[in-house]
Design a binder for this molecule. Structure first.
Ligand code: NOJ
Length: 735
């Protein structure tokens, strides 16, 4: 084995890295640490504990709304604030409330400003597509631009901290929070998270245009048993390290300011008090120096988990486990002093947590600039450009799943059917329409009209209700092509929205047959926050566009794809199964002793649905076609170099997303059949061929055994291909 691939315990590398960073810290960092030391030295225990609590912004907002001139002098309010689900603090008064609170806070004995956080997940004043949709764009530049736009808009409404990116690898379509994720793959999720952190935090958190990000939910929240939210997670340590931790490692390396542990238990220990996860791995191995915030009420839930009693015990277990700040509930406020008195928490541990909180406040520049001049900031924001960005993002998030030549729309008369086509709320997504949102009359109907389509709308059915067959037939008869909306309402995904059925609800299958019976081509536009089981559409529709919850300009963006004003761009970041019973279904499944062989009785399978996904990870069509030739893979020093000649074989310009996958052929442990290792988009004119090269660091081809990440010599299989199910099998060796 060459030196390059020697197996060093990852922990050792990262701890060494942290030490180096400590030794050569930048002068500003040393200055900040000195200021933190000076502050902590002056603080009473009570004041320290005050830094570790976060108050529900709803209550704070109510208090403020009584009399805006009177600051809420109740010291309980002078803790950090989360705006809560619907942002009542931010919404009513925005930056005015923010400034009142900050002035009150810095007028205190220690002059410590507040963190005011909110869930600006894919929406602040402008609403973008849900993360699962955005991820399909495979576009780091787009993700960063959206992060930056969210950050500056959030500041104008009085929010300096957001609980995003959510970087939970999500492989189970039943789990409602898959909508908030980037899908099933660690590489895509890592790049998505890093790009958002860069956009939200910028190069300088204190520049007055950026806010603190929060990587969540640490960790493996996307793998609850049965796909049911909050449920326990059972995973091997190796899978934890190779699949679920990498996005967090990447976010920490990118400088994410804060991390939120998840609600669930891992290894029978709630993440909220899991010192192995929070102390050994996050701080020890990854070198994280920011702030950890419990999820909403999660310290309290240690009691419900049956592992703590309320007050001092719950507080001690959470703090000792690695939580710096408690969100909303008050076990820290009520019990930490008692825990110190009893000796179950050392004051030094409280000091360390306080330091983590203060460090974020210093990084944000809040000590020097505690208030916001919202009017001046707003004057610098081009909201029309943000809306254009939302439209661009909606179009780029769409995945063209099928097209028998009916798209882009060319037929003179279009019938648009289904209730969701005229419902702007349903375009938006799980974390949207706060009371500070810029609302728009955004619908698919409006988007098609804006694009100049001769479209007649008839509701004919709701997604979950009955079909008016007469109205539907009449609408179809009067048109040359039918654009029909399918899927599910946005309320069916998001937090605590697990579904035991991911098939199309209501009478949507009857809609397919009724439209087909008229002989008109059927274009299916599918909305929703999860992969759905749509084998019937795959079989019978003439075209399918997966539109997700496309955001506040979604109607326009989806219309742009349907009309060809925008090229289909997205590729799936999750598999689409045939039936719910296959969940979790994901392309990078580990091998079994009986690989699936079509038609072979004793190889792994279901006896009632096909083995292959209806649409696999990485899949997505365009309005042109591409061919691959000359695929090869070679090893050049520390890199594995993939190359292929990609030709645009169609008659329109188009962009192909070239993907590379590997598989370690003989390993110490059972390995996934394929893992994505890189991707690159290439734009080609009709008939144009280009040699596409993707370089992958060999150091990323390893896996973990007994907590040690190693890259081993030997033979690998490789693919350079348009999706996770296709491509010629190539081989290479690492020596
Ligand atoms: C609970 C959710 O799990 C988390 O994602 C969110 O950030 C908090 N609530 C705060 O609203």
């Amino acid at each position: 084995m060459s030196k390059l691939f020697s197996s060093l315990p990852l922990a050792a590398c990262l701890v060494a890295g942290a030490a180096v960073r400590g030794t050569f810290a930048a002068p500003q960092e040393i200055d900040v640490e000195r200021r933190i030391d000076a502050l902590v030295a002056r603080m009473t225990l009570e004041e320290k504990i005050g830094q570790l609590r976060q108050t529900n912004g709803g209550a704070v907002g109510e208090a403020l709304s009584e009399d805006m001139s009177a600051a809420p002098l109740d010291p309980a309010f002078l803790a950090d604030v989360t705006a809560g689900r619907y942002g009542s603090l931010l919404g009513r008064r925005g930056a005015v409330s923010y400034n009142i609170l900050q002035r009150a806070a810095v007028a205190g004995r220690l002059g410590i400003p507040l963190l005011i956080g909110h869930d600006m997940i894919h929406s602040s004043r402008t609403c973008y597509p849900i993360p699962l949709a955005l991820a399909c764009a495979f576009d780091e530049d787009l993700w960063t631009r959206i992060g930056a736009a969210i950050a500056v808009e959030s500041l104008t409404v009085g929010c300096n901290w957001t609980f995003t990116p959510m970087i939970d690898v999500a492989r189970d379509a039943r789990w409602g929070r898959i909508a908030e994720s980037a899908g099933s793959d660690p590489l895509v999720t890592s790049r998505f998270g890093v790009a958002l952190v860069k956009g939200l935090q910028g190069d300088d958190l204190a520049d007055g245009r950026h806010i603190a990000a929060c990587a969540k939910h640490y960790v493996a929240y996307g793998a609850p048993l049965g796909g049911r939210d909050y449920n326990a997670v059972e995973l091997s340590d190796a899978t934890l390290r190779d699949v679920y931790l990498p996005p967090f490692r990447a976010a920490v390396a990118a400088g994410v300011a804060t991390v939120m542990p998840a609600f669930h238990s891992y290894n029978d220990v709630p993440c909220t008090m899991n010192a192995y996860l929070l102390r050994d791995i996050l701080r020890g191995e990854m070198g994280f120096r920011g702030l950890t915030i419990s999820d909403w009420g999660a310290v309290d839930e240690l009691v419900a988990h049956g592992v703590a009693t309320p007050g001092a015990d719950a507080a001690a277990k959470a703090l000792n486990g690695g939580i710096d700040m408690e969100m909303v509930t008050t076990h820290f406020a009520d019990g930490l002093a008692e825990a110190v008195a009893k000796g179950t928490v050392r004051e030094a541990a409280i000091d360390a947590a306080v330091r983590n909180v203060l460090r974020v406040k210093f990084r944000l520049g809040l000590f020097d600039h505690p208030t916001i001049d919202a009017a001046a900031l707003e004057a610098t924001i081009d909201f029309a450009a943000h809306r254009a960005l939302a439209r661009e993002a909606a179009a780029k998030s769409c995945v063209l799943l099928k097209n028998d030549g009916v798209l882009p729309l060319a037929a003179p008369r279009v019938a648009l059917v289904g209730d969701i086509a005229t419902n702007s709320r349903q375009m938006q997504g799980t974390w949207s329409t706060f009371d500070f949102s810029n609302t728009t009359n955004d619908t698919l109907l409006a988007g098609l009209v804006a694009d100049g389509v001769d479209v007649a709308y008839t509701e004919a059915y709701t997604l979950t209700g009955r079909v008016d067959r007469v109205a539907l037939a009449r609408a179809c008869d009067a048109a040359d092509v039918v654009v029909a909306c399918f899927g599910d309402y946005l309320e069916k995904t998001g937090e605590n929205n697990a579904s035991a059925r991911i098939e199309l609800p209501g009478e949507q299958l009857a809609v397919i047959d009724a439209v087909k019976a008229t002989g008109r081509p059927l274009v299916a536009v599918v909305f929703g926050g999860r992969p759905l089981a749509i084998p019937e559409l795959a079989e019978k529709a003439d075209a399918i566009v997966m539109a997700w919850n496309p955001g506040g300009a979604g109607g326009w963006g989806v219309a742009d794809v349907l009309t060809g004003a925008a090229e289909p761009y997205g590729r799936l970041t999750t598999d689409f199964p045939t039936a719910t019973g296959e969940c979790p279904k994901f392309y990078s499944r580990t091998l079994t002793g009986r690989h699936h062989v079509p038609g072979a009785r004793w190889t792994t399978r279901y006896n009632d649905v096909p083995f292959a996904s209806v649409y696999p990870f990485g899949y997505g069509r365009t309005y042109t076609t591409f061919a691959y030739a000359g695929e090869r893979v070679s090893v050049e020093g520390a890199e594995v170099v993939f190359a292929a000649d990609v030709t645009n074989t169609g008659s329109r310009k188009g962009r192909e997303l070239v993907q590379v996958y590997t598989h370690d052929v003989v390993a110490q442990t059972v390995r996934p059949r394929r893992e994505l290792k890189g991707f690159r988009r290439v734009e080609l004119a009709p008939g144009e061929t280009r040699r596409v090269e993707i370089r992958v660091p060999a150091a990323t081809l390893g896996y973990t055994v007994d907590k040690v990440y190693r890259v081993e010599p030997g033979r690998f299989e490789a693919w350079i291909a348009p999706d996770s199910d296709s491509g010629k099998t190539l081989t290479f060796r690492l020596d």
